[in-house]
Write a protein that binds this ligand. Structure first.
Ligand code: NAP
Length: 311
């Protein structure tokens, strides 16, 4: 039996058959990563796995992260140690793209304000100028990052009558052909987008990519959407831009310092703030847990990992 650490929050999403041959220590997210001879760890994205954790787990062979993003793992330290790192790509693409569209629509059409008005009991009836939002047809959707999720978001755009532009390191000819998307540089993306949606991972290159200077390049009516990672945005200048009416709105699922959200951001106007639920459908969460454990089983039985993050 192989000794493995698995996030205890996954218990309800895994079947006994997936866990065959594993001697499991269930690890709750508020417990520190222990020292010992475990050979695999299946952490949530909220657990940092870095040099210290790797040192404390000298028999470790694989970190099977339960997310497609892996900014909670020191991949370089793992690779130097010969520890494999895997993620959960593809299975969460549609759920996250759908949630991105929920945020786009909720922000553009001011749903939180509308819901609050109804619940307050102060709604006195239909008014031609009440809660006017942004019409989507004819507008431009800008995608920063056009990988799996960015493209899935873009593919849903023609149904809403939006033109699609994107910035990515490499061109995506098939995506361009399917959606009519046009690749532009970051400057043009910021200047032309009516809705700017972020889909790049957090790396040293992309951390804080949406800062004060770049916010100033956006249209004052534009909506900023982030379902990727909070560290992509400098939140203080975002709050100021919203307060001063230099940005039309922001729909956020992720934050720089989760689960803490700054009081200023919580009070900022025209925001739709969600608690990191991009992949939160039962179907997807079961798939994510299943792939993470399947990666562990593959590696412990001597095979290659199914979804490695480095090769
Ligand atoms: P992906 O397929 O790897 O796509 C990432 C894209 O970012 C690629 O197109 C890549 O370009 C591009 N990119 C990377 N660095 C860039 C840079 N410096 N400038 C411009 N483009 C850059 O990843 P994915 O599956 O779509 O996931 C994207 C992110 O979503 C993940 O990193 C994760 O953090 C986040 N996510 C969040 C949730 C949630 O619950 N809110 C759920 C799932 C995922 P190339 O194609 O040219 O390499």
């Amino acid at each position: 039996m192989h000794r493995v650490l698995i996030a205890s929050e996954l218990q309800g999403l895994l079947d006994q058959s997936q866990l065959a041959g594993l001697r499991i220590t269930w690890l709750h997210s508020n417990e520190p990563t222990p020292k010992g001879d475990w050979v695999a760890i299946v952490p949530l994205l909220t657990r940092w796995v870095g040099g210290t954790e790797l040192k404390n787990l000298p028999q470790l062979r694989i970190v099977a992260n339960v997310a497609v993003g892996y900014n909670n793992v020191d991949v370089v330290a793992a690779e130097i140690r010969g520890v494999l790192v895997t993620n959960t790509p593809d299975v969460l693409t549609d759920a996250t793209a759908d949630l991105t569209w929920a945020l786009i629509l909720a922000t553009a059409r001011r749903l939180p304000e509308a819901i609050d008005l109804v619940r307050s009991g102060k709604w006195i009836g239909w008014h031609p100028e009440q809660l006017l939002g942004m019409e989507l047809r004819g507008r431009t959707l800008g995608l920063l990052g056009a990988g799996r999720i960015g493209q899935a978001v873009g593919k849903r755009a023609p149904g809403f009558g939006l033109r699609v532009i994107y910035s990515a390191r490499t061109p995506k000819p098939e995506f361009e052909r399917q959606v009519g998307a046009v690749r532009v540089d970051l400057h043009q993306l910021l200047a032309e987008s009516d809705i700017l949606s972020l889909h790049v991972p957090v790396t040293p290159e992309t951390k804080g990519i949406i800062n004060a200077e770049r916010l100033a390049l956006m249209k004052p009516t534009a909506i900023l959407i982030n379902t990727s990672r909070g560290d992509l945005i400098r939140e203080s200048p975002l709050v100021v831009a919203l307060q001063e009416g230099r940005l039309g709105g922001a729909g956020l699922d992720v934050y720089a310092n989760e689960p803490a959200i700054s009081a200023h951001l919580l009070k900022a106007p025209r925001t739709v703030l969600l608690p990191h639920i991009g992949s939160a459908t039962e179907h997807t969460r079961r798939k994510m847990a299943g792939i993470a454990v399947a990666n562990v089983q593959a590696v412990l039985s001597g095979g290659p990992p199914l979804t490695p993050v480095y090769s």
